[in-house]
Each structure stands twice: as structure tokens, then as C-alpha cells.
Design a binder for this molecule. Structure first.
Ligand SMILES: [Zn+2]
Length: 312
């Protein structure tokens, strides 16, 4: 059995068909993890949907009502860029429940991963960029409400800036947000995160990793989180259709090892979410996400070997 739990539900798959967002990727990641013997059925937990109370700690009553009753305006649905359906809403509440569960398990085991989530473009009062409910913010607010943590950090390496995250936690000293992303790409404008790292187009592995290391280090110097959410987008990949960076698959795996290893050495629990990924070949997106899970497993193994302070 793995030293961490993976959170997944088959209803994460939205069946969006030919949409640029390959929502079948969650199922493909799950199946690849099992097929390759990386994880067994016993390593997975099924989430419960987040409660409305959980969702309402982040999102407005009016927005939640519209989502639940299918009464968004056409403009609001267009801004989400995914077609509205009851299944979409079910998947969003489940993804948020999945991130809550991953956060709870991370506090127990050091690491956990939601094979979904990372919907970092969702705002309190609207959805955009394929994101409807901000699962990571919902999970952080739930953990704070439970008294499980006071301070959280979000490290977002999706190629697109985490605008929803930045907007939700602006002026909130309990949550530190770092986003490393392509500057000349959606979203415009970019509301300020605690640290924004605006990368030039076409940056490759070596430059990216050097810059990432510098800013992860700086984030941990400025802030001492009790829980880290890692938003591990697959879209800084050089073959991504919606990204303009040039990382290789190996570079992305080193990115994961860098962030997760840093947290592990600082003894900060990590909940991983997958976020974006639009490679020309969906199997590449799946491979990048699977590599992120492998990095989390490795970090969790190190965590379980750490010396505990109360050993006599
Ligand atoms: Zn993205």
C-alpha cells in the first residue's frame, strides 16, 4: 500500500466530448496508475461532494444559487467556457470535496493527491477559464473552519496565472499565494498573488527550474504554512495547445520533485491537485499528471521515514 491516499471519483469525468479541455483525463490518469502498477485499488479514496456550507465560505450565495438551479445567464456560461449541465455541477462539488479530503489526508500522511481539482480561475461570484468552483480555496477555508490549520500556501505552476486564487485571498494574511506562469497568456488582467513570477514566452527546463527554485525558496522565507496546496498544471509542456512555454516532460517531473521535495524537507504537508493540461496528444497530459503523482509518492515515502521529534 502506498504511504499516501489518492482521491478520485469516476464522476470527475465531465464527458465534454471534443472540447479542448480533455475531461476524460482524470479517468485516464486513474487507469494508468492502476495499469502501470503505480497504485492499487486500496490506495484510492472516493470523496463526498463538498457541502453547500463549504462552497459558501468562498462563493457568493447568488452565484451558488444560479449554479444549482441552472439559471446562469448566457454570458456567465460563456465566460466559464464549459457547457452547463447538472453533471458539471455534480463534478465541481465532488472535486471540491476531493480537495477537502486530500487536505485532511495530507495532514495525516504528509501528502495526498486529488486526481482532479485545481480550478484556480474560479472567482467568488463567477466562473471562467473552465473553472466553476475554486476547490482549493474551498478546502483551505474548510480546514481553517475546522481549526485544523491557520496558515496555508498555494504554489501554482499551471502555465496560466492563478487569478481566482489571487482574488480570493487578496489581503488575507493567513494564505500565501505563489503563481509561476507565462506572462503573455490568459488571464488578463492578472490580480496580484503574494508572489507572481511572470515568465517570458518559450522558456525551457533549465531556466524555468532555476527561477522556480528561487521563488519557492523565497516563499518559504516569507511565510511558514501548515499546509501547502500544489496546483500542478500540465500545461507548461512544450506541446501544449494553450501554453507558450517549452518545458519537456522530464523538466516537468523535475519541477514536481523540486516543489514536493522542498515541502517535504520543511515538513509541510502537501495536497496536490492536477489543474490544466491541453497537450496535442492527451496521453502526454496523462503522463505528466501521472509523473506528478509519482513525485508525490516519492516525497511521501521520504516523509514516512522522517525522524519524529518525540522519540525517546
Ligand atoms: Zn492552465
Amino acid at each position: 500500500m502506498l504511504p499516501l491516499k489518492l482521491v478520485y471519483d469516476e464522476r470527475y469525468d465531465l464527458n465534454l466530448g471534443a472540447h479542448v479541455f480533455p475531461s476524460q483525463k482524470y479517468r485516464l490518469v486513474y487507469e494508468r496508475l492502476l495499469h502501470d502498477g503505480i497504485a492499487g485499488p486500496e490506495d484510492f479514496l472516493k470523496p463526498s461532494p463538498a457541502s453547500d456550507e463549504d462552497i459558501l465560505r468562498v462563493h457568493s450565495q447568488d452565484y451558488v444559487y444560479k449554479l444549482k438551479t441552472g439559471s446562469l445567464t448566457r454570458a456567465e456560461v460563456m465566460r466559464m467556457e464549459v457547457p452547463y449541465s447538472p453533471e458539471l455541477i455534480e463534478a465541481c462539488w465532488l472535486a471540491a470535496g476531493g480537495s477537502i479530503l486530500a487536505a485532511k489526508r495530507a495532514m495525516e500522511d504528509g501528502f495526498s493527491a486529488n486526481i482532479g481539482g485545481g480550478f484556480h480561475h474560479a472567482y467568488p461570484k463567477h466562473g471562467e477559464g473552465f473553472c466553476v468552483i475554486h476547490d482549493v480555496a474551498v478546502a483551505i477555508r474548510r480546514m481553517q473552519a475546522d481549526g485544523a490549520i491557520q496558515r496555508a500556501m498555494v504554489v501554482d505552476t499551471d502555465v496560466h496565472q492563478g487569478n481566482g486564487t489571487a482574488a480570493i485571498f487578496t489581503d488575507d494574511e493567513t494564505v500565501f499565494t505563489m503563481s509561476i506562469h507565462q506572462e503573455h497568456n490568459y488571464p488578463f488582467p492578472k490580480p496580484p498573488s503574494s508572489i507572481d513570477v511572470n515568465l517570458p514566452d518559450g522558456i525551457g527546463d533549465a531556466d524555468y527550474l532555476a527561477i522556480l527554485e528561487k521563488y519557492v525558496h523565497r516563499s518559504f522565507e516569507e511565510f511558514s504554512p501548515q499546509l501547502l496546496f500544489y496546483v500542478a498544471g500540465a500545461d507548461p509542456y512544450r506541446e501544449d495547445q494553450l501554453g507558450g512555454l517549452a518545458l519537456t516532460m522530464e523538466g516537468l517531473a523535475r519541477r514536481d520533485a523540486l516543489v514536493l521535495g522542498y515541502a517535504q524537507r520543511h515538513q509541510v504537508p502537501v495536497a496536490v491537485t492536477l489543474a490544466g493540461g491541453y497537450a496535442r496528444n492527451v496521453e502526454d497530459t496523462v503522463s505528466i499528471h501521472v509523473n506528478t503523482i509519482k513525485a508525490a509518492i516519492k516525497a511521501a515515502e521520504q516523509w514516512s521515514k522522517r525522524p519524529t521529534s518525540n522519540v525517546t
